[in-house]
Design a binder for this molecule. Structure first.
Ligand SMILES: [Zn+2]
Length: 323
């Protein structure tokens, strides 16, 4: 076990990847290296600051891996970190109200297809960065397997879905605006987009949050950022709830106790070294009761709906100087 050192290229980011405004520093990462799958990846020499956008409140890293180095690491390591889970999928109870009558369903970031295997929709599809046999087996004959990067746009059926889920996806975007707009294209008008991602305003110092210390997490959302999406795209926030991460919600007692111990011992250098030798970074774990995620449901508005008409009228009034 142990990690193999991997030096990668970073790019400097100064403007918000969602709305383009200049960010202001809120905190910094204090670790010398990231750990992902089997790799130890040094941070850039100039360090990584966490910048807040003054307009949409997105928090973003001042340096991110280039798209090319990000792809190289993720494509190598992604399936290593996908571990199969048993029992009812922890996201299902909160999704049920939005699943009534849904005939078509797409899971973005489907990994091994755990969630899809528990959905009864007639048309069942998956999207991910790489194909994975267990997921392919779940959707075979029922839908499409979309492979690619959301930022770049992907080839797909162009037949949108009643419900689209994106759990643990929105924090990965390098180019957030194009990624979100490509995600929305998957949702039928009147359909739902269900998201779970970290909410950075739930923690006292985002620099010491395990979640920002992950190599694969580039941006961090909060309620205000989703409100900005409402202004930018034809959609409405239907639900915004702060939750424990779905993986931790479903955890048994023995695992909760072990996790508490890891979080408590993580600052101890000897413990840290022993964990790293065993192939895990103790800084990657959140305490079992930590409520640091948002469960968000966005409804894609139908063309001609009152909300859209109101918005168009307002935009016209602004353009003509009436407002
Ligand atoms: Zn912004």
């Amino acid at each position: 076990m142990g990690f193999r050192r991997l030096d990668i290229d970073y790019q400097e980011i100064t403007c918000c990847p969602l709305c383009g405004q200049d960010g202001a520093e809120r905190s910094v990462l204090r670790r010398p290296s990231y750990y992902f799958a089997r790799f130890e990846i040094p941070l850039p020499r100039t360090g990584v600051a966490l910048l807040e956008c003054p307009h949409c409140s997105l928090l973003f890293k001042s340096a991110t891996p280039t798209a090319q180095s990000c792809d190289a690491v993720m494509l190598n390591g992604a399936t290593d970190v996908w571990r199969p889970k048993t029992g009812e999928h922890p996201a299902l109870p909160m999704m049920r109200p939005y699943m009534e009558g849904a005939e078509s369903f797409l899971d973005i970031g489907a990994s091994n297809g755990d969630l899809l295997a528990q959905i009864g929709a007639r048309r069942l599809s998956a999207m991910d960065i790489v194909q994975y046999a267990p997921c392919k087996a779940v959707i075979d004959g029922r839908g499409e397997y979309i492979i690619g990067q959301l930022e770049k746009g992907v080839t797909w059926s162009n037949q949108p879905y009643d419900v689209v889920t994106a759990f643990d996806v929105f924090e990965h975007f390098l180019e957030a605006d194009s990624a979100v707009s490509n995600v929305l294209a998957f949702v039928k008008s009147g359909g739902y987009l269900v998201i779970e991602t970290g909410d950075w305003r739930t923690v006292p110092d985002p620099g010491s949050w395990y979640y920002t210390n992950l190599f694969e997490h580039q941006i961090f959302w909060t309620r205000r950022t989703f409100e900005y999406l409402q202004e930018r795209f034809p959609l409405a926030i239907t639900q915004y709830s702060l939750v424990n991460h779905k993986g931790r919600r479903a955890m048994g007692l023995a695992k909760r106790i072990a996790l508490s111990a890891i979080v408590r011992l993580a600052p101890n250098p000897l413990f840290r070294k022993a964990m790293l030798n065993a192939g895990r970074d103790p800084g990657h774990f959140g305490a079992p009761g930590l409520v640091d995620h948002a469960f968000v449901v966005l409804k894609r508005l139908e063309a001609g709906s009152e909300a859209i008409q109101g918005r168009t009228a307002m935009a016209a009034a602004v353009a003509t100087g009436d407002l």
